[in-house]
Design a protein around this ligand. Structure first.
Ligand SMILES: [Zn+2]
Length: 418
């Protein structure tokens, strides 16, 4: 089974043909010929390696309004609502909701997802449901599961053991939430415990780190230090890191170099954080985002996640990484000429680095034939228009296809382009 994509525009502006044979790219060049191959003419549309969603709470997706709505819209009420719902969830319910979000994701070109399964409390349905999902959808979408202790590991008896239990069940990453522990001393202990567990079980790390507006929340430096001490460069991710939006310049510049040398990845989650951070400030209000632009300039790998889709924290969302990149672009001032395509890299190849899947990712001969073709010619137009993903290709097969809508005004077409 061969598939030939003609006239695909790459991010660097070049126009290429891509030939897939036996699930892999076998030739990438110009004017390729392939007898008997199925052909698709991309007609100059932008094509990239798949979108990568580095942070998604799949276990909570599609539960908005259950058992009640988050009336205030705050993070803390969201955690309360989730806490009320959690004991009643079943493995099958988690599986089915998460599977539906994977379908939405793939249809929009996201073929790699790092999911978080809440492992706090007695019900282990979330981690069991997501592990089953990961294995069942592997042909269509690569899912990694993080054991995420939403309530911390030192506030309730048994939660530290439950985190280890989830690791034994087979998760890919060990998670944490040090800023949510009752004291910073316990937060430090938690970070060290997460690294010890990851080392012991040979897992990656993905910690919710400093997701607060408190400028004194500085667990990120501890994570960077532990990354160096445990020689885990590239295998550790700090997610959210919104306190960084309140760090003063001197400390920030010290931190940037430290993060780069440690090889830690940072993930920005624009949807929930744009609504949650700075909320309690009087005007002027802080934006409460990690310093994405400055981190990239310092050589730190930064990528993006949807984080929340119709759940107790965020009743909106449709799991689109292009929308996530567009929103992050606005909140982090990434509007420069070269910065706009870089935002799309944060949603694609930089995400692949965060997940550690570079060996099976990229438009290169020999790599798996995964591709997304946008109904737009370049990154600027993708982030401006959020166009449909015309074709999504997984392992050399078209798995999703969208026919763009057509708008007319008084009978004349409107294209939203000059
Ligand atoms: Zn999160």
């Amino acid at each position: 089974m061969s598939l030939l994509i003609r006239n695909a525009r790459l991010l660097d502006g070049s126009l290429v043909d891509l030939l897939a044979d036996d699930h892999r790219w076998t030739r990438i060049g110009t004017d390729l010929a392939a007898d008997g191959a199925t052909e698709i003419d991309a007609e100059g549309r932008l094509a990239t390696a798949p979108l990568v969603d580095c942070h998604l709470h799949l276990d909570a997706s599609l539960t908005a309004g259950k058992p009640r709505w988050n009336e205030s819209g705050t993070l803390l009420e969201g955690i309360d609502v989730w806490g009320e719902l959690k004991p009643s969830l079943t493995e099958q319910d988690v599986y089915e909701r998460a599977r539906e979000i994977v379908r939405w994701s793939v249809a929009q070109g996201t073929l790699f997802i790092r999911a978080h399964a809440d492992v706090s409390g007695e019900n282990d349905a979330m981690v069991r449901g997501l592990l089953r999902l990961r294995d069942d959808v592997a042909e269509l979408c690569t899912v990694q599961v993080t054991a995420f202790p939403q309530d911390g590991i030192f506030q309730r008896d048994g939660d530290e053991q439950r985190l280890e239990h989830a690791i034994r069940l087979g998760v890919d990453c060990v998670g944490g939430i040090p800023h949510y522990e009752p004291t910073s001393e316990l937060g430090l202990l938690e970070v060290h415990r997460v690294f010890d567990l990851a080392k012991q079980y040979s897992r990656r790390i993905d910690v919710h780190c400093d997701e607060t507006d408190d400028p004194n929340s500085r667990f990120l430096e501890v994570m960077a230090d532990d990354t160096v001490k445990h020689a885990m460069a590239g295998r550790v991710t700090a997610s959210h890191c919104t306190a960084m939006g309140s760090y003063e310049p001197y400390y920030s510049s010290k931190l940037h170099g430290f993060l780069r040398r440690s090889g830690i990845n940072v993930v920005v989650n624009p949807f929930a954080n744009s609504l949650i951070q700075g909320r309690l400030d009087a005007y002027p209000k802080r934006r409460g985002f990690a310093q994405l632009k400055e981190l990239l300039a310092a050589g730190v790998n930064v990528s993006l996640g949807n984080d929340v889709v119709m759940d107790p924290w965020y009743s909106l969302g449709r799991a689109d990484m292009v929308e996530a990149a567009s929103l992050a672009l606005h909140f982090t001032y990434m509007s420069g000429r070269e910065e706009i395509p870089e935002m799309l890299r944060c949603a694609t190849e930089r995400g692949a680095r965060t997940l550690g899947v570079e060996d099976e990712y990229g438009l290169e001969e020999g790599k798996p034939a995964d591709l997304v073709v946008y109904d737009a010619p370049n990154a600027l137009e993708v982030l401006r228009l959020h166009p449909p993903r015309r074709w999504v290709i997984r392992r050399g097969r078209v798995v999703a296809e969208t026919t763009p809508a057509r708008t007319t005004l008084l009978g004349e077409p409107v294209t939203f382009s000059p």
